[in-house]
Design a protein around this ligand. Structure first.
Ligand SMILES: NC(=O)c1ccc[n+]([C@@H]2O[C@H](COP(=O)([O-])OP(=O)(O)OC[C@H]3O[C@@H](n4cnc5c(N)ncnc54)[C@H](OP(=O)(O)O)[C@@H]3O)[C@@H](O)[C@H]2O)c1
Length: 214
């Protein structure tokens, strides 16, 4: 699979490393390819280019940029380069204001998630929310004593979600598909919940698991 990763931060690099580990080809997109020089040198099969080049390259695109920059980055990537492709949206709409008692502030509200805004602005892209509510150190084949953690996903396009389910399988996650794009209103705040333990107890190694009766 050819994967275009929009983002040069810890998440972009963690997911790029995961795709390479599982035999996929990766182009990372950034405004400054120089900052990925070491990463590219250490990861055979990775290249660093512009946001547009990365999006164009990918059969699957990953959005892993600062939430406040997500729309601008997608504009730079180009609507035509995103059209009809699964776009894995790992972003969180974290506001600039600091957390209160460990609770992050968001610039969105519970009736309109960031992913819905992105989907409305780029109607031909097939957004799937995923990888937003676990730390980057545990995104790829994490090991937990209590078994596989759950990746909550949502999005409007079933084929795109099936592709993300395949990726989750490779990356060691079980998938809980919780619905259409509106369900991102619930998935994005899982990041707040995940981070509270970090900010208040300095615990950063957990992940969520959905338990079923049967
Ligand atoms: N850190 C985690 O463990 C974690 C876990 C789950 C989800 N997330 C979410 O994943 C996303 C990425 O997080 P991160 O920690 O990897 O790094 P980040 O610092 O949130 O984002 C870095 C990326 O954002 C881009 N960016 C920042 N400001 C920009 C601007 N004004 N215009 C264009 N691009 C801009 C940078 O572009 P350049 O490459 O051009 O500098 C870079 O690629 C965030 O939305 C975060 O909430 C993070």
């Amino acid at each position: 699979m050819k994967v275009g990763i929009l983002g040069s931060g810890d998440v972009g690099k963690a997911l790029a490393g995961g795709f390479i580990k599982h035999g996929h080809q990766v182009v990372l997109g950034t405004r400054d390819a120089g900052k990925l020089k070491d990463f590219v040198a250490q990861h055979k099969g990775a290249e660093a280019k512009s946001f547009a080049d990365a999006a164009k390259f990918g059969d699957v695109v990953v959005l892993a940029v600062k939430g406040t920059a997500a729309l601008d980055v997608l504009k730079a990537a180009g609507a035509a380069n995103l059209a009809n492709k699964p776009v894995i949206d790992a972003t969180n709409p974290i506001a600039a204001a600091p957390p209160t008692n460990g609770v992050l502030k968001f610039f969105t509200n519970l009736d309109r998630s960031l992913m819905e805004q992105l989907q409305a602005a780029f109607p031909d892209a097939r957004f799937v929310k995923a990888y937003n509510s676990v730390g980057n150190a545990r995104m790829i084949n994490p090991e937990f004593k209590s078994g596989k953690p759950t990746m909550f996903i949502c999005g409007n396009d079933d084929a795109a979600k099936a592709k993300v389910r395949e990726i989750n399988d490779q990356f060691g996650w079980e998938t809980a598909d919780v619905g259409k794009a509106e369900a991102a209103r619930a998935i994005e705040p899982l990041c707040m919940l995940w981070c509270i333990l970090g900010f208040t107890k300095n615990e950063w190694t957990h992940a969520f698991k959905l338990l079923h009766k049967e």
